[in-house]
Design a binder for this molecule. Structure first.
Ligand code: IPE
Ligand code: IPE
Ligand code: MG
Length: 241
């Protein structure tokens, strides 16, 4: 009997290439983001069908704030639309919404709707959709270090008691397991400040396909590739006798 296909428990995606998709067609970048939002829908659904429990989507980085205001406004309005149109699916499927990132940087009405949906879905246990918004891996680690320093200053923690678990416990979503598979679309061979702490042993899958073209069939390829990987975590499984 062949082994059952291995399904990653946690998939994280750097959804890149919307602008290039639009450029190639002589369209404004925002059209690429709109088409990218359709990929978000398709991939959320396909991940659910595969039984992927945690899906983290890098939707907006701390570095993305330097983009033109018109593009930022367009992205924020797509986010608002996504929440309005997709919330019912979270309820129907009992999927919990989470946000990692500097949520306080987002426009207030978006913060309010995010907080409302996060609260309304908090008890669901059939899966988690984690949106990385105004997210930066270094910002996340810096935020954790500040919180740890406050505990040390208050006498609640001894510096020598700080270990990897302490740091992990102060990240934005400490209960979520590290990603098993990290997908990046549009071919760039970089991490762009995403989940720096959490991806130390994550399997990487980088495809030339641009995010607006990344749908069920492309996700299937990524999951198949993951299934063929041998994860060793530094261990050869050989032991001294
Ligand atoms: C990814 O697409 C979406 C965000 C970063 C918000 P880009 O907008 O980065 O598209 P490219 O990389 O310019 O093609
Ligand atoms: C990474 O894409 C961030 C998101 C997908 C939200 P970018 O387009 O911002 O990254 P770089 O500029 O290619 O590194
Ligand atoms: Mg990009």
């Amino acid at each position: 009997m062949p082994d059952a296909p291995k399904i990653p428990r946690h998939v994280a995606i750097i959804m890149d290439g919307n602008g290039r998709w639009a450029n190639q067609r002589g369209l404004p970048r925002l059209r690429g983001h709109e088409e990218g939002a359709e990929s978000v829908r398709a991939v959320i659904r396909a991940c659910r069908d595969y039984g992927v429990r945690y899906l983290t989507l890098y939707a907006f980085s701390v570095e993305n704030w330097v983009r033109p205001q018109s593009e930022i406004r367009g992205l924020m309005s797509l986010l608002r639309k996504f929440l309005a149109e997709r919330e019912h699916e979270l309820h129907e499927n009992h999927v919990r919404l989470r946000v990692i990132g500097r949520m306080e940087d987002l426009p207030l009405p978006i913060q309010h709707s995010l907080k409302r949906v996060i609260k309304a879905t908090a008890a669901y246990d059939q899966g988690e959709l984690i949106l990385a918004l105004s997210y930066g891996g270094r910002a996340e680690i810096t935020h954790a270090v500040q919180a740890i320093a406050r505990e040390v200053k208050a006498g609640l923690l001894a510096p020598k008691a700080i270990d990897e678990q302490t740091i992990a416990a102060h990240l934005y979503a400490p209960d979520i397991p590290d990603p098993d598979l990290l997908i990046r679309t549009s071919g760039e061979m970089r991490i762009s400040n995403f989940l720096l702490w959490q991806i130390s042993y994550t399997e990487l899958y980088i495809t030339e396909v641009l995010w607006p073209d990344f749908r069920e069939a492309e996700l299937a390829k990524a999951i198949e590739a993951y299934g063929r990987r041998k994860r060793r975590f530094g261990d050869t499984k050989e032991r001294d006798v």
